[in-house]
Design a protein around this ligand. Structure first.
Ligand SMILES: Cc1ncc(COP(=O)(O)O)c(C=O)c1O
Length: 296
């Protein structure tokens, strides 16, 4: 049985371990069965702290009140950040400030609290736009989560632009929240879902994706970083191939935005979704857990 070893944070922050395949890169994991197993391999993969130097865990733990508890007699350790991250004190304080200081409706009141809440809300939208290098903060749409953002695109753009015989290309490694909305919309309009399989490296076969594209393709739905494979897809290339046949591209950036620089102008994508609740925030603002970037 193959074993994947997560690359634990190291104290000198070396560049991440990457495995380059013909078309995409897998980040952060080494496949045990494909590595010569030796003490040096293990040391390289799982760094031990220098005696006396504080670990990343030690320096970050104090900022996360939820970790200040014991469960079954041991210090609580949380490793499900891909699903949702725990919130540091700064984020919890921001929420508390909001509820104690200016809780009110945004864009729907003329009193002091509403004006303050609206200003903060719009300033958060600008910060998010800068964070992913959107050219205009109006491209940022706040939704409750990535699932809702993808549904929004499927039921708005999808229902009004897809027709019988049109093709939607996805990979088999998409999160179900990026598959189900397109299955339902395809059923409604008679469009066809086409799935890209994995190649021998067990990452989506991007060469096959390129071959599948045609004038029938209306949208390509792909992850940036996979939550199941850790594959990193060449989004800029895929966007150009999709645009060449007149198709749109929706990128599920849930697992990339929290971990790497994401520049929507450089990637040249039409729709990008990410979850700020997976990026330490509840979210980047107090009102939302997700962003949908419409990049035109
Ligand atoms: C790649 C990917 N896409 C979408 C989602 C769904 O995100 P949300 O919980 O914000 O709906 C997840 C959640 O784990 C994910 O990992």
């Amino acid at each position: 049985m193959e074993v994947l070893i997560p690359k634990l944070p190291s104290f000198k922050f070396p560049s991440p371990i990457t495995t380059r395949t013909s078309s995409c890169v897998r980040l952060g994991f080494r496949r045990l069965s494909s590595l010569p197993i030796s003490a040096s391999t293990v040391n390289q993969t799982v760094a031990e702290p220098d005696i006396g130097s504080p670990s990343l865990g030690h320096s970050t733990r104090p900022h996360f009140p939820i970790l200040h508890q014991e469960v079954n007699g041991s210090k609580l350790v949380y490793i499900d950040n891909a699903a949702t991250s725990q919130k540091p004190t700064a984020v919890i304080k921001a929420l508390q400030n909001y509820y104690e200081g200016y809780n009110s409706n945004v864009h729907r009141g003329i009193h002091f609290l509403s004006a303050k809440a609206t200003d903060e809300y719009e300033s958060a939208r600008k910060k998010v736009a800068t964070f992913i290098n959107a050219s205009d903060s109006r491209e940022i749409v706040f939704t409750r989560n990535a699932t809702e953002a993808i549904n929004l695109v499927a039921y708005s753009w999808g229902l009004s632009n897809l027709k019988s015989g049109d093709e939607i290309i996805l990979t088999v490694a998409e999160h179900h929240s990026a598959i189900v909305p397109w299955q339902l919309v395809a059923q409604k309009v008679g469009a066809v879902l086409k799935f890209v399989n994995l190649n021998e490296d067990e990452v989506p076969d991007i060469d096959k994706l390129k071959e599948m594209l045609s004038r029938k393709t209306k949208i390509v739905v792909v992850h940036h970083v996979s939550n199941v494979l850790a594959s990193v897809l060449p989004i800029r290339d895929i966007a150009h191939w999709a645009h060449d046949v007149g198709a749109k591209i929706l990128v599920d950036a849930c697992q990339s935005v929290p971990h790497m620089t994401v520049d929507v102008q450089n990637l040249d994508v039409d729709f990008l979704v990410a979850s700020s609740h997976k990026a330490l925030d509840s979210y980047m603002v107090k009102w939302t857990s997700c962003l949908l970037c419409l990049h035109f």
